[in-house]
Design a protein around this ligand. Structure first.
Ligand code: F6P
Length: 353
């Protein structure tokens, strides 16, 4: 009998999701003769009646899809099934309704593409069924445990690097300090990678405790060496709460730029890159990762595995138990290769001038 698997994307979108969905459906069809159903809007699609889902006809999944940003299935990073915010302001457990919706699809397995938070929720939800569940890691933040790469990260780093390439000439022309704030949630992976690739002078990440005074001293040293402009990358969660006057609504990038104006007398401008880092055409690296992990996930279901996540490790697709992934975000190693590389290039991480 032909099997039928489901796929959904959950959490914030990122580049490479469409390439992942395509790889899953093509592998299911060509490799095993299975059908694939795409569930819309993450777990929210399971609340609709009938469930918001569509069969993914392999004939529709040409390579154009692999080039497109976003997720054609839609996604959500709101509405935890176990604590779902209702329009009247109350919170309800809607996991039972979602599982009823899931049962109506008569699936033989389910693949969820998500970051750490989504995979934890999906694992909890589907543990209440006998349906085999496999996770695929995606997030621009690259903080999912037990995988060296998550889908979407490469593209976000490329965009942040390109932003630095554009900020450098305008900063140099006006003799300004250009501050670029990048996403990353609680981790500094995008900031440190883009900072190195984009030739930043200063990179501030949550994993390294930094002080404004060290940043100011480094800018003074650059000036003494003849530099009239500076490039600063700051991760959105780079903690500045220990600094005087740090409170307020301003983002850390805007706050930093205003403090640097006061402390150095130079002009400074802040760019908060935001969602530009997410909705882009995926890089070749993200397309490759999406293809390899998508295929790996279907192969796991075919091998009868469940409750696991496919991961990229040492240039190979491996699989790891989901229980060893969820709740264990991977931060930047403060003494790892990237931080050592940055320091060796003379990039100031704010912990010393
Ligand atoms: O997790 C991905 C991410 O883009 C983070 O880097 C960022 O902090 C957050 O999502 C933004 O969420 P939202 O799209 O809800 O603004």
């Amino acid at each position: 009998m032909t099997k039928c698997i489901g796929i959904l994307t959950s959490g914030g979108d990122c580049a490479g999701l469409n390439a992942t969905i395509r790889a899953v459906a093509l592998r299911a069809h060509h490799g095993y003769g299975w059908k694939t159903i795409g569930i819309s809007h993450g777990t929210h699609g399971l609340l609709h009646r009938p469930v918001a889902a569509e069969p993914l006809d392999p004939g529709r999944l040409d390579a154009v899809l692999a080039r497109q940003g976003g997720t054609f299935l839609g996604t959500t990073n709101r509405g935890n099934p176990f604590a779902f915010p209702m329009p009247d302001g109350t919170i309800r457990d809607r996991s039972g309704e979602m599982l009823d919706g899931l049962r109506s699809l008569h699936l033989d397995g389910l693949i969820g593409v998500g970051g750490d938070g989504s995979l934890e929720i999906l694992r909890r939800l589907f543990s209440k069924t006998t349906l085999p569940f496999i996770g695929i890691p995606k997030t621009i933040d690259n903080d999912v445990g037990r995988t060296e790469r998550a889908i979407g990260y490469s593209t976000a780093v490329a965009i942040a690097t390109e932003a630095l390439d554009r900020l450098q000439p305008t900063g140099a022309s006006h003799e300004r300090i250009m501050v670029l704030e990048v996403m990353g949630r609680d981790a500094g992976h995008i900031a440190i990678a883009a900072g190195i690739a984009g030739g930043a002078d200063i990179v501030l990440i949550p994993e390294v405790r930094w002080r404004l005074t060290h940043v100011v001293q480094h800018i003074a040293a650059l000036r003494r060496a003849g530099r009239t402009s500076a490039l600063v990358v700051v991760a959105e969660a780079a903690d500045h709460s220990h600094e005087e006057g740090a409170r307020g609504e301003a983002s850390v990038g805007e706050w930093l730029a205003s403090r640097l104006v006061r402390a150095t007398g130079a002009e400074a401008r802040a760019t908060v890159l935001g969602h530009v880092q997410r909705g882009a055409q995926p890089t070749a690296e993200d397309r490759l990762l999406a293809a390899a992990l998508g295929i790996g996930a279907v192969d796991l279901l075919a091998a009868g595995k469940a409750d696991r996540m496919v991961a990229w490790w040492n240039r190979t697709v491996i699989d790891v138990p989901l229980e060893r992934v969820v709740g264990r975000c991977r931060a930047v190693d403060p003494d790892g290769t990237l931080t050592r590389t940055a320091r060796a290039l003379g990039i100031c991480l704010g912990d010393a001038a």
